[in-house]
Design a protein around this ligand. Structure first.
Ligand SMILES: [Fe+2]
Ligand SMILES: [Fe+2]
Length: 223
């Protein structure tokens, strides 16, 4: 089986992650390099592990999380679609089974909130992991007046917690006073709505916390 380690050792993928990050850096976007890839990879697999998915599914989630943003090398718009198209041949050349390639490409190609749908368990885990990665370390150059920068910079801690028994997935953000919940929602609301859908796909309730206060109205409260 192709593993995350194999993917990490693939020079094509390493070059694509690096180049994608450079494209976004030139657009003054937040960090999308190896740190983001590693966080989304680890968190996606952790979500599936806590919900009892097998090791094969966890490994596919690790891979999808690691490579989901490589399409930014082509263009920021529809970058998930570009990622999926680029990945198909790379993973085929690595001798990954076609079924697994399709699962990963569908998940990656649907991770953007503007055009994506939750299409399989890997996709659901990837959405929750990706949308939860907001943190001050992602801000490369703090631009005053840029609400994305201001909100990200104010987040001093972010964490995803999964209660496999109660079927609750919690995304927790801790912000300092340099931004506000209103600012957060003004830019991240659609991402959190997609995360709610993703949690429901996995049979779970999604709870969004900011500074330990629940912000959303969880659809299926079980506690
Ligand atoms: Fe993305
Ligand atoms: Fe991402």
């Amino acid at each position: 089986m192709i593993t995350l380690e194999d993917v990490k050792n693939n020079v094509e993928i390493q070059a694509l992650i690096k180049a994608s990050n450079q494209v976004l850096e030139s657009m003054d976007y937040t960090e999308h390099g190896l740190r983001h890839a590693g966080y989304v990879s680890w968190t996606s697999a952790m979500i599936l592990e806590k919900l009892g998915y097998d090791e094969h599914m966890q490994e596919l989630a690790k891979i999808a999380g690691y490579v989901h943003d490589i399409g930014n090398v082509i263009n920021r718009k529809a970058h998930g679609v570009s990622s999926g198209i680029l990945l198909y041949n790379i993973l085929k050349n690595m001798q990954m089974p076609y079924e697994d390639i399709c699962t990963i490409c569908s998940a990656v190609g649907n991770h953007e909130e503007e055009i994506g749908y939750v299409v399989n368990p890997i996709s659901a885990a990837l959405v929750i992991a990706d949308k939860s990665d907001a943190h001050r370390t992602r801000v490369k150059r703090l631009t005053q007046g840029d609400v994305h920068d201001i909100v990200n910079y104010s987040i001093i801690k972010n964490i995803v917690l999964v209660d496999g028994e109660k079927k609750i997935i919690s995304a927790k953000f801790y912000m300092d006073e340099t931004s506000s919940v209103m600012d957060y929602l003004s830019i991240f609301l659609s991402r959190m709505i997609m995360s709610e859908r993703a949690a429901q796909y996995l049979g779970c309730t999604f709870k969004l916390y900011i500074n330990d206060v629940v912000i959303n109205t969880p659809k299926k409260l079980s506690d």
